[in-house]
Design a protein around this ligand. Sequence first.
Ligand code: PLP
Length: 363
Amino acid sequence: MGYFRKNIEQVKGYEPGFQPKETDILKLNTNENPYPPSPQVMKVLAQISSEQLRRYPDPIGNEFRQAAAEVNDVQPENIMCCNGGDDLLTIAFRAFCDKNRPVAYPVPTYSLYPVLAKLQSCKAIEVPFDDEFNLPARLASTNAALTIVCNPNAPNGSFVSVDELASLADELSGILLIDEAYVDFAEANCTELVKEFDNVIILRSMSKGYSLAGIRLGYAIAQPDLIAGLMKVKDSYNIDAVAVAVAAAAIKDQKYFSETTEKVKKARGLLVAKLRDLGFEVPQSYTNFVLAESKNCKAGKIYDKLVERRIYVRYFNLAKLDDKLRITVGTGEQNDKLISALKEILSERRPFGCAQGKLTGDG
Ligand SMILES: *Cc1c(COP(=O)(O)O)cnc(C)c1O
């Protein structure tokens, strides 16, 4: 065609998880929260006025900014609202990277980062994690303008300590963006680093912990100077009035948030135990998903067999991941349904792609 910039012609584009149309399915493929958003959210939604829709929204979403500042024990000046956490990633690439200013991040991680690098024409320095997913020491010396650490990390659920990230922030000459999209299911977060370091940006999302993937709202936490700089790059109205009102109601309801995230964490523990009983290798997860490796069966084949049963999980046909399934933690009942299906699949008499004699079950 030749109309596009060369990078755009070449980039494949981010491939989101499959969003099936049917409703009578078990959907454990894109890390949505199995619980509905806070009841306060639906009340606020019912009260949205036509006047709120007729007018342009508050360009910086002060209502949400204040609520998020309170919850995180920072000032509203430390917060920038975004059209989902992904919007903050786009803004950060545009703000800090170009063809002479690379991005660096440990891999494997969120597969959106390399796509954004390509769109921004910046070099991506990918530093491999070791097998235990420790933070690679080399990350501190890449000279990247922007270093991203997804913590907890996707797609394996590991967590790097706050102290290690503090040391990294201290060593880096550029920006450290800590992608905390899943931090609501972890035991600690890096908010305190924002007070100490002028080069740290924390990314948060309302999609996972607050069950609001359907409206788009995420936010940055950083020192006011960084927030002010990022504001120059964002779209003038990057967040809409409905999302701001709804997300503010959700983040104010901390009681409901704690209850539902605790339920997910409890269900995660049970799911991991049951998957291990079935012979899967599952590392500890600090997120609302688990990465299960089948020692005996091809993960792609198990995926297909699950789809036949209308159960969707995530399979990545990529190096180091193509022997694993990423499974979103559902309710206890949903997880049990998945476990029963896996039991059936693994105990079929002639399981396709499974090593003989090592099967779980007596089929
Ligand atoms: C979900 C997610 C985000 C942000 O998602 P939004 O829905 O845009 O808020 C960012 N990073 C990672 C690793 C994620 O999984």
